[in-house]
Design a protein. Sequence first.
Length: 196
Amino acid sequence: MNIEFNEKIIFLNGENGTGKSTIVKMLASVIKPCSGTIFINDNLVNYNNGTYKKEVGFCLNYPTYPAHLKLLEYVKLLNFVYGIDINKNKDYQQNLMNFFELNKFLNYKISELSTGYEKRVKLFASMIHHPKLIVWDEPFANLDKTFRKKLMGKIVELSSQDIYFFITSHIENEIKNELKSIKNYTIKNGVIEQDV
């Protein structure tokens, strides 16, 4: 498979079980491909060295956060892991927190949040370190329709700031209605083809 970013927003569509999440897991070095190599930003994905992730934001479709931590504790942990200078990034993170409407939950354990807000936490976490490439697996799942539309608007806004997106989804029609300047691929029977 070879996908080039001629557009800033790429969607990989497909029914459940077609391999969308598997591709994202390989990009995130969670699982190794049976053969071949993967490059992100011309850097080989190294399964023993995750430094490339400092420029990539991943949101996987399964729990990737310490549910026992309070949200504020998790934010502090993320800042530590990514080596973020909070003084330089305070406004950015606050704006991101406002966008995802998470401020009122800072002292809640992540495990106490609804499924929809857990998803918002994961999306927030994938963006906290200013990644140039954002890879999301089913980001619209468990979000209400109003926020899905809001999130699609944010994708368009960030893409105008030279942020690239690779997103898997199975709500193809809704995406096409809301997002016009995108490149769509569909995976079916193990084959990925660009939509006409």
